[in-house]
Design a protein around this ligand. Sequence first.
Ligand SMILES: [Zn+2]
Length: 279
Amino acid sequence: MSGLRVTLSVDDGHPLDMRTAALLARHGLPATFYLPLCNREGPPVLTGAQVRALAQDFEIGSHTLTHRFLAGLDERSAWHEINAGKRALEDCVGQPVQGFCYPGGRYRPLHVRQVQAAGFRYARSTQNLRIDAGSKRFEMPTSAQFYPHPRTVWLRNFLSQRDRAVRTPALFALLYDADWLVRLHRLLALADARGGLFHLWWHSLDIERLGLWSVLDCFLADIAARVPRSRRLANGEVFSAGAAQPPAGSALLRAARAARAVPHVPPLHPSTPSENSAI
Ligand SMILES: [Zn+2]
């Protein structure tokens, strides 16, 4: 067994996240749901009661107050989106919210500092093609989005984002086959072979629109078959035992944590903060 670890995240807080949660629970997989309080782009969001139900079994992170792209805001408005989004979500769930995700992956170094000042413990970006946790707690990268992106999109994304050397093996895995799902399986196999961290993220609404529920089900089954429960992590558990913890009352995660000994992730490939585009 390679030591592969997996962490999953789901963005935007669409009501279909409840279906995603049921799917994840069936496979015994933890995940972090990044939620705005409303989505100014139009789609509905989970009700307060749904958010509280979700928080019973999964880590809840913030995705700003109204899902505005921070890079397009002045400093004061960005702070409001970050800070008020955290407070409102904490009021809803009745517990600290320790993780943050930058909407659209669009942010600047100022926003990283604001996220830290608001009291978050870590933040996820949309940098992809990574099979490691990176070295920056406030710019956690991902491996891939669960979405049928054509190869040209992966290539363009590779070229537009930093840390190319460390991202090259994943790029080749994702260029290998004409079928996007075969490519994604190859990326998972690469992370497994390297004993890395596989971080998959998605939007529940995309899964619905593209009719991918059964495909996602099969992919999660593959993950569950490869990764023992002790190495299935919420995003907040990735960096160290001292990082954000999943909900204390979670039966799903309590069982996983009982057998868990999470190794500290050594710093890898320091890089310069810069605006980071969503794929
Ligand atoms: Zn989003």
